[in-house]
Design a protein around this ligand. Structure first.
Ligand code: ADP
Length: 577
């Protein structure tokens, strides 16, 4: 893929507008399965002097980060337990557990306990603190195990993955919240009348924490690439953050007392970011809003409690995540199609080069051999001392005519032979056609052409080389698009249809363009016959020879009604050749 996207992946040139961010999911750089729990970072990471030191160091760093994040986000705590409306430390813990596997549980329990001491001053006593810390660690280790089963790479990279992630996190955070409140209630740290409300409050904080932070942390190995891509489109990024920041300032500061009513405009910049950057942008944008929300609202006395805003934030998070994942999937599919398009064009060029080489060899071999023989004979006849031979001019004349013939062959090369490299296999035409149609989506859209593919899946399998047949179809559809674009037709339609007849499958590519020009209609399959300014006139010649070499045929017919072209392919059934 020689486009900017590819370059950005390999070190970063400009991205085109609408190009996806480099795939920040680890999908690219690693297997989708979880890494063995013994190698949290990767073998490329730092080498530790002591066995197990890596794990200990990672755990120590994690614990410090957990307590710090909890302390920073310790805003508007409620109930006597210090339950906060946003718990990013839970997102951090979940990411740590997905990386480390079950052996990370001890560090999570320790971090939660330390946080209780440092941040909350153990409001319910040390036994309750120990019990809830262990509970949090066990429950999130379970969630991490479920998520690891799908592979870290696919946490949110498609809408289905994102929906699964959301569902798993929703269930687990509710479960953890209920357990936490139950433990506190059992220990007498919480009166029964507030227990139920406590579950909701605990849950929304943890759920938002996980949604905003875990996917982002899972992309950590690709952050550098992501930043390079952001830099490549920095003015757009800047504009998006200015718009986002301004909207947040209006809602959370200027209209703080009505922030619940005016929350919804935040969806506009969020959707804009998700549409442009896919799931990565969605997650980063959601995190930015969450941080803005937490820190802007806390200073405004008249503002509604953060907890109430967090429920709205949850809706925004979910929308952004699913929309972002959908956009990412579409952008990935487009990039794949572009790659395939280029691969096909490359194959086409190779096929052309191969065809030309074999035709040249075939056609020029004979005149050149004759030319060499005549010149040798002339050399002997012209040897000094010998009597002048009357056959010399005649021999030189023959040599000249062979040279002229060779150059004539070069000018009007007409026979193309297939390279003979084929991999024929039983093939479903419906699948092949839909793959060709898919590859043209972008080009069709640009040209304003409608392509319909009426190829029934119940048609019997044909026998053909899939790549070569794809080249032929690609060629025909490209020609049809070119013809309709050049003529600027009002109705631009291409129809691919197929039927079984006389022991063959007949496939037709018909368009509503101007039809093949009458002066070349009879020679349209001859090489170098073209009406396009930059055309080589080889596409149809090669296509026909590729098909013939596989026992098929390619013919041209007028589409009827005085306009449009129709090319018909006859293809042998599988098992009949
Ligand atoms: P090239 O595309 O390089 O011209 P092709 O062999 O693909 O070579 O096509 C030869 C010529 O046949 C084209 O230049 C065009 O004039 C004509 N042609 C092919 N397909 C169509 C079509 N669908 N409608 C009108 N003319 C066509």
């Amino acid at each position: 893929m020689a486009n900017a996207y590819g370059q950005a992946l390999t070190g970063g040139a400009e991205l085109q507008p609408g190009e996806p961010l480099p795939n920040l999911s680890p999908r690219e750089s690693e297997e989708s399965g979880p890494r063995p729990s013994g190698s949290p970072g990767s073998s490329r990471r730092r080498a530790y002097p002591l066995p197990g030191a890596g794990y200990l160091l990672d755990s120590a760093l994690f614990i410090v980060a957990y307590v710090l994040v909890d302390w920073l986000s310790y805003l508007q705590p409620v109930l006597q337990l210090g339950i906060t409306p946003w718990n990013p430390q839970t997102g951090l813990a979940l990411a740590f557990l997905i990386w480390q596997g079950p052996r990370g549980a001890a560090a999570v329990a320790l971090a939660a306990l330390l946080s209780e001491v440092v941040v909350r001053d153990v409001p319910a006593g040390s036994v309750a603190a120990i019990a809830t810390s262990i509970w949090i660690a066990i429950a999130y280790t379970g969630l991490a195990a479920v998520l690891r089963r799908k592979g870290r790479a696919s946490l949110v990279s498609t809408p289905v993955d994102a929906a699964r992630f959301v569902a798993a996190c929703l269930g687990a955070t509710l479960f953890v919240g209920a357990g936490f409140i139950a433990i506190m209630f059992a220990m007498g740290a919480l009166p029964g009348d507030v227990a139920l409300g406590g579950v909701g409050r605990y849950w929304v904080g943890d759920f938002n924490g996980v949604l905003t932070l875990t996917p982002l942390l899972m992309w950590a190995p690709s952050w550098r690439k992501g930043l390079a891509a952001l830099r490549a489109r920095r003015s757009e990024v800047l504009l998006q953050f200015v718009v986002l920041g301004f909207t947040m300032w209006i809602i959370f500061v200027v209209l703080a007392d009505q922030a619940l009513r005016f929350f919804y405009p935040l969806f506009v910049p969020m959707i804009w970011i998700a549409l442009r950057w896919g799931v990565v942008g969605a997650v980063v944008g959601a995190l930015a809003i969450q941080i803005g929300l937490a820190f802007m609202v806390k200073d405004v006395g008249a503002a509604p409690p953060l907890f109430e805003l967090q429920f709205l934030m949850l809706t925004l998070n979910l929308t952004a995540l699913i929309l972002g994942a959908t956009v990412s999937e579409r952008l990935r599919a487009q990039a794949q199609l572009r790659e395939r398009d280029e691969a096909l064009a490359r194959a086409m060029r190779f096929a052309t080069a191969g065809e030309m080489a074999s035709a040249l060899t075939h056609e020029l071999n004979q005149p050149i051999t004759a030319l060499v023989s005549y010149l040798r004979a002339a050399e002997i006849l012209a040897t000094p001392g010998e009597e002048r031979d009357t056959r010399l001019p005649e021999t030189l004349g023959k040599a000249a005519s062979e040279a002229i013939r060779a150059s004539a062959v070069l000018r009007r090369l007409r026979d193309f032979y297939s390279t003979g490299q084929m991999a024929r296999a039983p093939l479903s035409l419906a699948t092949l056609c839909s793959s060709v149609c898919g590859a043209f989506q972008e080009r069709l859209r640009r040209a304003g052409v409608e392509l319909t593919c009426n190829v029934s899946a119940v048609l019997p399998a044909i026998s053909a080389d899939p790549t070569q047949l794809e080249i032929v179809l690609h060629n025909l559809v490209a020609n049809a698009i070119d013809a309709m674009t050049a003529a600027d037709n009002a109705v631009k339609r291409i129809e691919i249809s197929a039927e079984q007849r006389d022991g063959h499958v007949h496939l037709a590519v018909a368009d509503t363009g101007p039809g093949v020009a009458t002066d070349i209609a009879a020679r349209v399959f001859e090489p170098f016959v073209t009406t396009k300014p930059g055309g080589m006139g080889l596409g149809l010649a090669i296509s026909r020879s590729l098909l013939r070499a596989q026992g098929g045929e390619l013919e041209f017919r007028e589409a009827g009604n005085g306009n449009g072209a129709r090319f018909e392919l006859r293809l042998p059934l599988a098992g009949e050749t």
